[in-house]
Design a protein around this ligand. Structure first.
Ligand code: 13P
Ligand code: SF4
Length: 310
C-alpha cells in the first residue's frame, strides 16, 4: 500500500495533476487527495486550479462539471461507472416538457444531474447553496426543482414557497435515512447534535418534530457537517449521510464523538473509486471526461450561476 501511495504522489507531481476528492471517498483515497470537499467546494476548486490534469475522485457528474469549467484541461475519472441514481431519474426532454406547463417557471437543478439536464436549466445548485438560490428567485415565479424530491421538499419547507414544484427523483442511499431512522438514532444518542443531509427522506419530518423529541437538528451539506464538527472543537454528533464522511471528520477532529444515523448508508458508486484505479488513471491517462463544446457552452451558464452563490 505504501508503495502505491508513493507512486501516486510521484505521478501526480510528474504529470502536474491534482486529485479532487469528495467527502464520501474511501480513507486511502482521501489520504492522497489535494483537496477534499462537497460538490460546491469541489466545483470552485476545479474552477480555480492551475494544474494541467484533474483526477476526479467522486462520481461522474462531478467530473463532468469540472470538465465544463476547464475546457483546456484534461479531466480524468478513474471509473466511468461511478454514476448516481439521481442523475438517472430525469432527462433533458422531461424538463423541456415540464416547462411547457409552467411557462413562467424557473428550473433549479441539483448538481446531481446529467450535463444535458444542466444545459436546459436556469440554475444549477448544490446542497450548500440551494436555499440561497431559491430565495433569490422572485416569489411570484414558480420554481421547478429537479431531480431530488427530498432536497426539493426541504427547500419548499424552509422557504414556505407553495409554488415550488418537485421532481420525483431520489438518492438510493439517503432515501433509507427516514424519519424513523433519524428519530431512533437521536433517542439512542441523547444530547448529540443531529447533522442531517437534505437528501435524506426524513429531513422535513425530523425538523417538524425536533422540539417535541428534544433533539437539536442541523441540516447541512457534507462540507457544512465537517465545519460544524470542527467549530464544536470535539462535540457529539449523529451524522445522517453517507458514512464515508466520518473518516474525514475524525481525521480532522479526532476528539469528536461521531455516530452514523445508518451504518449501511454506503454509496456503491462513490466506492468504485479505489487507490489502484487512481494510480492507473494517472499512469495511463484514463478515463478522459469530455463534454462537446456546444453542450458545455449551454450548461456553463447555469453552472456559473451556481458558483456565484457561496
Ligand atoms: P454534498 O457533498 O454536496 O453535500 O452532496 C452529497 C452528494 O450527494 C454527493 O453525491
Ligand atoms: Fe448519488 Fe446518492 Fe451516491 Fe451521492 S450518495 S452519488 S446522491 S447515489
Amino acid at each position: 500500500m505504501q508503495g502505491l501511495v508513493e507512486e501516486v504522489l510521484r505521478l501526480k507531481r510528474e504529470r502536474d495533476a491534482v486529485i479532487l476528492a469528495h467527502n464520501y471517498q474511501r480513507p486511502e483515497v482521501q489520504a492522497v487527495a489535494d483537496f477534499l470537499g462537497d460538490s460546491l467546494d469541489l466545483s470552485l476548486e476545479a474552477a480555480r486550479t492551475n494544474a494541467k490534469i484533474i483526477v476526479f475522485a467522486g462520481v461522474y457528474f462531478m467530473a463532468e462539471v469540472a470538465a465544463v469549467l476547464n475546457p483546456d484541461k484534461l479531466v480524468l475519472i478513474p471509473d466511468t461507472r461511478a454514476g448516481c441514481t439521481l442523475v438517472d431519474s430525469v432527462r433533458a426532454e422531461d424538463i423541456i416538457r415540464w416547462r411547457r406547463d409552467h411557462p413562467n417557471g424557473v428550473v433549479v437543478t441539483y448538481i446531481n444531474s446529467s450535463i444535458e439536464v444542466k444545459a436546459v436549466s436556469d440554475y444549477v445548485c448544490t446542497s450548500a447553496n440551494c436555499h440561497k438560490i431559491v430565495e433569490s428567485i422572485p416569489r411570484d415565479r414558480p420554481v421547478l426543482f429537479v431531480p431530488d424530491k427530498n432536497l426539493g421538499n426541504y427547500i419548499r419547507y424552509v422557504t414556505g414557497r407553495d409554488n415550488l414544484y418537485v421532481w420525483n427523483g431520489s438518492c438510493y442511499v439517503h432515501d433509507k435515512i427516514t424519519y424513523e431512522v433519524l428519530a431512533r438514532t437521536a433517542m439512542e444518542n441523547r444530547g448529540f447534535i443531529l447533522l442531517v443531509h437534505p437528501e435524506c427522506s426524513g429531513t422535513v419530518d425530523i425538523l417538524r418534530n425536533a422540539e417535541k423529541l428534544g433533539v437539536k437538528v442541523r441540516v447541512a451539506s457534507t462540507q457544512g457537517m465537517v465545519k460544524a464538527v470542527k467549530a464544536s472543537g470535539g462535540g457529539s454528533f449523529v451524522i445522517a449521510t453517507e458514512t464515508g464522511i466520518i473518516n474525514r471528520i475524525l481525521r480532522e477532529v479526532p476528539n469528536a464523538k461521531v455516530v452514523p444515523a445508518l451504518e449501511d448508508a454506503v454509496c456503491e458508486f462513490m466506492k468504485l473509486i479505489t487507490l489502484d484505479k487512481i494510480h492507473r488513471s494517472l499512469r495511463d491517462f484514463v478515463y478522459p471526461v469530455r463534454v462537446p463544446e456546444d453542450l458545455a457552452k449551454r450548461a456553463r451558464v447555469s453552472i456559473m450561476r451556481m458558483l456565484e452563490f457561496r
